[in-house]
Structures are given as structure tokens and as C-alpha cells.
Ligand binder design. Structure first.
Ligand SMILES: NC(=O)C1=CN([C@@H]2O[C@H](COP(=O)(O)OP(=O)(O)OC[C@H]3O[C@@H](n4cnc5c(N)ncnc54)[C@H](OP(=O)(O)O)[C@@H]3O)[C@@H](O)[C@H]2O)C=CC1
Ligand SMILES: CC(C)(CO)C(=O)C(=O)O
Length: 317
């Protein structure tokens, strides 16, 4: 299988690097922009992780160098770069190239389908806590790292099996082939919105919020509302997932989890405010779910964007 990873940031760099390390794919290359290409060519791709570091020379390609014949594209840009990424990808797509987006959120799927046709687009998501450092290193902050992917109609296709086989050889990265990726996307969104809205609003990680008076109840209120939204959309989070995998984190005073959105915001970077917080605010309103917390989180994030655009963020040391 020939895999083209668009973006060599936290998610693309981590999972692309692990695929190279495992050697389970015929080829893995990165479709990048000029500055990242220059960095990768100078320093190689570096992953620092409690589960093992990795450094290697990798193929970094600009759109005009990518050629065709890729079986799968792993799409790992941020939502605000999606239009750019679509333009960069277009020349690299052959007749049988499938696109597995690993972005958080939902609306990029319809955008990709409109751009490339429904049959090309799979569902996908990443479960990791990682960031790209200013020095260009992919820093995995620890914990389990996995991706899930599948056909949006649930078929266990040949391309899904082949991608799972490539991931099966990758160290420190699980690749789950799913026959129900839409459900997994909603499960992830329920978790993600709760972590993102809570940690961005409070500028603290989950444990720090949990240790504040009323903090656990407040996060659980947000979680309940997100679960109600997913149910109204036709994808109720299964009780065992909600109670065993999601809720315990918000009750853990030692939890160090925080959203990548908080990391981006604290570094003065761009954030996926509309794609995650705006989308869930609209979904809350559609579902008739109390939207007070969702509205506050969204306005807060948009006000940050306005301040950033105006160049009024505090200077960092
Ligand atoms: N970080 C995390 O822990 C997690 C992130 N996610 C989600 O995954 C997605 C990616 O996030 P993350 O990896 O953190 O983001 P990063 O900013 O670390 O990486 C995104 C990369 O995409 C590249 N890119 C953007 N547009 C293009 C383009 N047109 N051509 C080539 N490369 C491009 C950027 O390149 P350049 O360097 O040139 O800007 C950047 O390196 C987001 O939707 C995020 O919400 C999901 C789970 C966890
Ligand atoms: C689920 C979560 C919150 C894990 O870090 C995430 O996907 C993100 O922060 O982007």
C-alpha cells in the first residue's frame, strides 16, 4: 500500500512516522508546504514519545512533486487549512485513491465529498495528545495513540483492510478498522467538545478543573449535554463507552488531559473554533439542548480569534 500523508504536524507526523517505522506499507511520503519540507530535509522527521522516540529521513513532497498512484491519503491538516489542502491534494489523486481524514470534527467530510466525490472519502479520527514543537519535533505527550478509520457506509473494504494491515506493523500506534466509523466520530466529538470547551474556558487541564469546587459537576453537565446532542443526531454514545471510557476522566482530579485547542490557544496559534465549538453550538440548538455552556465556549474562542487577528495577544517570553 502506498500512503501519502498530507501534513507532517502532530497527528500526520506521528502516525506517518510510526507507519514508516513499522515498515508495513510499501511507501509512506508526506505532502507538505515549502517550510516544512525544508525542515524535514534538513533534520528528518523526529518523534519524541514516552513510547519510544523515532527519527528518520522521510520523503517530503510538494504538490507538484507528489505524482499519482497513492492508495490512501491520510489527511492531517487543521480544519482552517482544508481548502488549501484540497487544492494541494487534487493533482495527487489517482482513480483509486481513498482519503482518510484524521481531523477532529465532522463538517470536513461533506466538504471533501463535494470536492472529490463520495466514493473517495472514508471516515477517520485520531486519538492522541501531541503537538509540533517550534523546532519541528512531533512531541507525543503520552498515553495511547490510535487511529480509527472505515468506509462511511460500514463496508469492510479492501482498502480499509490494507490500511489496517499496514498499521498492524506500526509500533506505538494502533489502527482500528471500523464498520461503524460514524458512531466513533460522534463518540470522539462528545469527548473532544467536552475537553476543548472545558479546558479552553478554564485555561486549565481536566484535573485542575476537577480539583476546583464544583468543577467535576460542571464538566459532567457539559458532557451530558454533548451526549444528548449525539443522541439527537442519531448516534447515542453507548453506555459502556460513556461510563467506562469518557466519564471517568472528568472525575479524575489527577487527569492531565487537555485539548490540543488549549495548546494552540496558549501558543497564540489559530484554533478550530468554528469547526468544533461552532458546530456543536449549532447542533445543541438543533437538538433543543441547553446551549448556555456551548455558547459561552464559542464566543470565548471567537473573541480570542478577534484579539489574535488584531495583534493584541500578550507577548510571550
Ligand atoms: N494534536 C492532537 O493531539 C490531536 C489533533 N487532532 C486533530 O487533528 C488535526 C490535525 O491537528 P495537528 O496535527 O495537531 O495539527 P498541526 O498544526 O500540528 O499539523 C497540521 C499540519 O498540516 C499541515 N498543512 C496544512 N495545510 C497544508 C497543505 N495545504 N499542504 C500540506 N500541509 C498542510 C501544516 O503544515 P505547515 O507546517 O506548513 O503549517 C501542519 O504541519 C486537527 O483537526 C486536530 O483537531 C486530533 C486528535 C489529537
Ligand atoms: C480527544 C482530545 C481532546 C485528546 O487530546 C483531542 O482530540 C484533541 O485535543 O484534539
Amino acid at each position: 500500500m502506498r500512503i501519502l500523508v498530507l501534513g507532517a504536524g502532530a497527528v500526520g507526523g506521528y502516525f506517518g512516522g510510526r507507519l514508516i517505522e513499522g515498515g508495513g506499507a510499501e511507501e509512506v511520503a508526506f505532502l507538505v508546504r515549502p517550510a516544512r519540507k525544508a525542515r524535514l530535509e534538513r533534520d528528518g522527521l523526529a518523534i519524541e514519545s514516552p513510547q519510544g522516540d523515532f527519527r528518520a529521513r522521510v520523503r517530503a513532497l510538494l504538490p507538484e512533486e507528489a505524482g499519482t498512484g497513492w492508495d490512501v491519503v491520510l489527511l492531517s491538516c487543521k480544519a482552517y487549512d482544508l481548502d488549501d489542502a484540497i487544492a494541494a491534494l487534487r493533482p495527487a489523486l489517482g482513480p483509486r485513491t481513498g482519503i482518510v481524514p484524521l481531523l477532529n470534527g465532522m463538517t470536513h467530510i461533506a466538504t471533501l465529498q463535494a470536492a472529490f466525490g463520495e466514493e473517495r472519502v472514508l471516515g477517520g479520527l485520531a486519538r492522541i495528545f501531541a503537538a509540533l514543537t517550534p523546532e519541528g519535533v512531533v512531541r507525543h505527550h503520552g498515553g495511547h495513540a490510535s487511529v480509527a478509520f472505515g468506509e462511511l457506509d460500514g463496508t469492510m473494504s479492501e482498502r480499509v483492510r490494507a490500511l489496517a494491515a499496514a498499521f498492524a506493523k506500526a509500533p506505538a500506534a494502533e489502527g482500528e478498522a471500523s464498520a461503524n466509523i460514524r458512531q466513533l466520530l460522534w463518540d470522539k466529538l462528545v469527548l473532544l467538545h467536552t475537553v476543548a470547551a472545558a479546558t479552553v474556558l478554564m485555561r486549565a487541564n481536566v484535573g485542575e478543573i476537577a480539583r476546583a469546587p464544583g468543577g467535576i459537576a460542571w464538566m459532567e453537565r457539559l458532557l451530558e449535554r454533548n451526549a444528548a446532542i449525539a443522541a439527537a443526531e442519531g448516534f447515542p454514545v453507548r453506555p459502556e463507552v460513556l461510563e467506562r471510557q469518557i466519564r471517568p476522566m472528568f472525575r479524575n482530579p489527577q487527569a492531565r488531559n487537555q485539548a490540543s485547542m488549549l495548546h494552540d490557544l496558549e501558543s497564540g496559534g489559530r484554533i478550530e473554533a468554528d469547526h468544533i465549538l461552532g458546530f456543536m453550538l449549532e447542533a445543541a440548538r438543533r437538538a433543543g439542548v441547553d446551549d448556555a455552556l456551548h455558547e459561552t465556549a464559542y464566543i470565548h474562542a471567537k473573541a480570542y480569534e478577534n484579539r489574535r487577528d488584531a495583534g493584541r495577544l500578550p507577548a510571550r517570553a
